[in-house]
Write a protein that binds this ligand. Structure first.
Ligand SMILES: NC(=O)c1ccc[n+]([C@@H]2O[C@H](COP(=O)([O-])OP(=O)(O)OC[C@H]3O[C@@H](n4cnc5c(N)ncnc54)[C@H](OP(=O)(O)O)[C@@H]3O)[C@@H](O)[C@H]2O)c1
Length: 332
């Protein structure tokens, strides 16, 4: 029987999501890949146990995580039942709807029909009566925002979710969405944007909107899917995401990118960190970031990513060097 480490809250940092009552672990674990029906169940289970033992309280899902679609929720549901039910009230579990899930016009995008049916399916797969956060996974240009966000409001009012979130909405769409949700009486808890040293888009307006509106942010792919680590320094390992050439493509790992990764790796070493640790610390240097949402394929990666907590501070000189590398200048 799994018994959680009684020191699990000793070293992790907890950060408030905007101006809400919810604090999230500074590192959260996402189940997009490596937790599906095609993956090794005991490895997925070991990663989730280690994450919780290290103080990670938040696990992020979506309807179509797998593969196959839906299977990450099923895997998580089985592990929840075996290991985590006594700890349910120590966990923040999220899911989402917005991308392709089932065939036909009601299995994708942002209609009320799709989103609420999807949430019901997710709850069944996970084996829960409610999730903590239900997200609209992306804006739908062909559905009135009031309809998609109204579905989030219904999810919360009907008790199927405690909080509402949005993902992939740009700054302007976010301003509008936050207002609609506030008027509905279901404030937006959190936004989930992509953010890393390699993808800095939220700094161009989105973070400002979130700060002004008191909405938190949980940033996904802080390691740029593994590029911002030592994973690819010596070629493409056969068990890596890039080897599958699916979401991270082999062509994304060109010489120019590797030169930056090598230079960043040197800066990380000077800080006494792995590059993965530095990549997590780098997103958390911004107080507007509530949590770094990492993925993992091995327990050792969970350990490494949480070890970032040991050094979250950057000197102005270190940040200048990192900016220089990212701008394509040689490492100082
Ligand atoms: N809202 C959205 O639209 C959206 C989109 C994408 C993701 N997400 C969420 O964000 C989560 C994280 O995304 P992500 O998996 O792309 O995040 P990531 O942390 O940038 O990448 C995770 C991958 O990096 C490698 N890795 C992780 N830790 C490592 C370490 N310490 N050293 C070396 N390599 C390491 C592993 O790759 P290998 O598999 O090669 O070992 C792992 O699968 C997802 O699970 C999901 O919850 C949301």
């Amino acid at each position: 029987m799994y018994v959680a480490d009684n020191k699990r809250y000793d070293t992790m940092q907890y950060r408030r999501s905007g101006r809400s009552g919810i604090q999230l672990s500074a590192v959260s674990l996402g189940l997009w890949l490596n937790f599906g029906g095609v993956d090794n169940f005991e490895n997925s289970r070991a990663m989730l146990r280690r994450a919780f033992d290290l103080g990670i309280t938040h696990f992020d899902l979506a309807n179509n995580y797998g593969p196959p679609y839906g299977s990450a929720e099923e895997t998580f549901g089985q592990i929840l039942k075996k290991d985590f039910l006594p700890y349910r009230d120590e966990l923040i579990i999220s899911t989402k709807a917005g991308w392709d899930m089932w065939p036909g016009p009601y299995g994708n995008m942002g209609s009320r029909k799709y989103m609420l049916a999807s949430l019901d399916q997710s709850l069944k797969r996970i084996g829960l009566e409610y999730v903590d956060i239900f997200y609209h996974h992306r804006p739908d240009p062909d559905t009135p925002m009031e309809e998609s966000l109204g579905a989030l409001d219904t999810a919360v009012r009907s008790g199927r979710a405690l909080y509402a979130g949005i993902s992939a909405y740009n700054a302007e769409q976010t301003s509008k969405a936050v207002k609609i949700l506030r008027d509905l009486g279901t404030p937006c808890l959190i936004h989930q944007p992509k953010y890393s040293m390699f993808v800095q888009d939220p700094e161009r307006g989105l973070f400002d909107v979130l700060e002004k509106e008191g909405v938190g942010s949980i940033v996904f792919s802080p390691l740029a899917q593994g590029l911002l680590s030592d994973r690819y320094l010596h070629g493409i390992p056969s068990d890596s995401r890039a080897a599958r050439n699916f979401f991270l493509k082999k062509k994304d790992i060109g010489e120019a990118t590797l030169a930056k990764v090598r230079a960043l790796n040197e800066i990380a070493k000077q800080r006494g960190q792995t590059l993965a640790e530095m990549a997590v610390a780098w997103v958390l240097r911004d107080p507007r970031v509530t949590s770094a949402l990492v993925g993992a394929s091995k327990v050792s990666q969970v350990d490494d990513n949480v070890a970032a907590m040991k050094n979250l501070k950057f000197s102005a000189e270190e940040l200048r060097k990192i900016d220089g590398v990212l701008a394509g200048k040689k490492a100082a």
